[in-house]
Design a protein around this ligand. Structure first.
Ligand code: ATP
Ligand code: MG
Length: 217
C-alpha cells in the first residue's frame, strides 16, 4: 500500500524501433522486474541525431509497430512525445517532459543498450541528464561489461553512479538485421512479435525502393 510520501519508479525505453523486436521487449521487462519499475514507457524517437543521414521508416509506422508489440503487457505504454516534437529528438528534452509530468516523487530510469551508453558523452546536456535520471544499461551479446567499467571514470563524478548495468538473456537480434532479412527474403519469424511481422508485410516495409522509407537529416 502506497503512502503519499512514497516514491515511484518509471522506466523509459527509448529507441528508433525500426522495427521493435524481442531484444527490446526482453530488455524492458528485465529492467522493470529488476528495478521495481511501476511501468515502462516506450518512446519511439522522432529524428534521432545519431542517425543523421540514415534511412528511417516513417514515425507513424514505427509508433504503430511499438503499440502492437507492447499491448499484451499491462506494464508497458507507448508515448508519442518524441514523434510529435519538432526537430531532433534529444533524450534530455524527453526526460524534462516526463519529469515535469510526473513530479519530484517519481524517479525516472532510462533503459538503453550498454553499447549505446558508451556514446553517452556525446549526448546533449549529459551532465544534467545524469542528475535528472538513472540509466539502466543492458548488455547485448558481444558486449563486455569490463568495457563499461573502464569507461565509467570518464563520466561526470556526480552522475556516474546513476548508471546501472544489467545482463539480459542474450538475444543477438537487431533491427538492422531484421531489415536486411526482409529485403533479402529471409525469415524474421521468432525475432519479433507476430503482429509486428504482419504489419511489416502488410505495409511493405523494408523493401529497398519502398516509398515509406526516406532519408532524414
Ligand atoms: P538498429 O540496428 O537500427 O540500430 P537496434 O536493434 O539497435 O536497431 P534501436 O531501436 O537502435 O534497436 O535500440 C533501442 C535501444 O535498445 C538501444 O539502446 C539498443 O542498444 C537497445 N537494444 C537493441 N537491441 C537489443 C538487444 N538485442 N538486446 C539488448 N538491448 C538492445
Ligand atoms: Mg541501435
Amino acid at each position: 500500500m502506497k503512502t503519499s510520501t512514497s516514491y515511484q519508479r518509471v522506466g523509459i525505453m527509448g529507441g528508433t524501433f525500426d522495427p521493435i523486436h524481442f531484444g527490446h521487449l526482453v530488455t524492458a521487462e528485465a529492467a522493470r522486474c529488476e528495478f521495481g519499475l511501476e511501468k515502462v514507457i516506450f518512446v519511439p524517437t522522432g529524428y534521432p541525431p545519431h542517425k543523421k543521414g540514415c534511412l528511417i521508416t516513417d514515425a507513424e509506422y514505427r509508433y504503430q509497430m511499438t503499440v502492437l508489440a507492447t499491448n499484451s503487457n499491462p506494464f508497458f505504454e507507448v508515448s508519442r512525445v518524441e514523434i510529435d516534437r519538432p526537430g531532433y529528438s534529444y533524450t534530455i528534452d524527453t526526460i524534462d517532459e516526463f519529469s515535469s509530468f510526473y513530479g519530484s516523487k517519481t524517479e525516472l530510469f532510462f533503459i538503453t543498450g550498454a553499447d549505446a551508453i558508451l556514446e553517452i558523452l556525446t549526448w546533449k546536456d549529459v551532465d544534467r541528464l545524469l542528475c535528472e535520471c538513472h540509466f539502466i544499461a543492458a548488455t547485448r551479446p558481444g558486449f563486455q561489461l569490463s568495457r563499461f567499467e573502464e569507461f565509467r571514470p570518464k563520466l561526470p563524478a556526480e552522475g556516474r553512479h546513476r548508471i546501472h548495468l544489467i545482463e539480459v538473456p542474450a538475444l543477438a537480434i537487431s533491427s538492422t538485421d531484421i531489415r536486411w532479412r526482409v529485403r533479402n527474403n529471409k525469415p524474421i519469424k521468432y525475432l519479433l512479435p507476430e503482429s509486428v511481422e504482419e504489419h511489416i508485410y502488410a505495409k511493405g516495409l523494408y523493401r529497398i525502393h519502398s516509398s515509406d522509407v526516406y532519408e532524414k537529416g
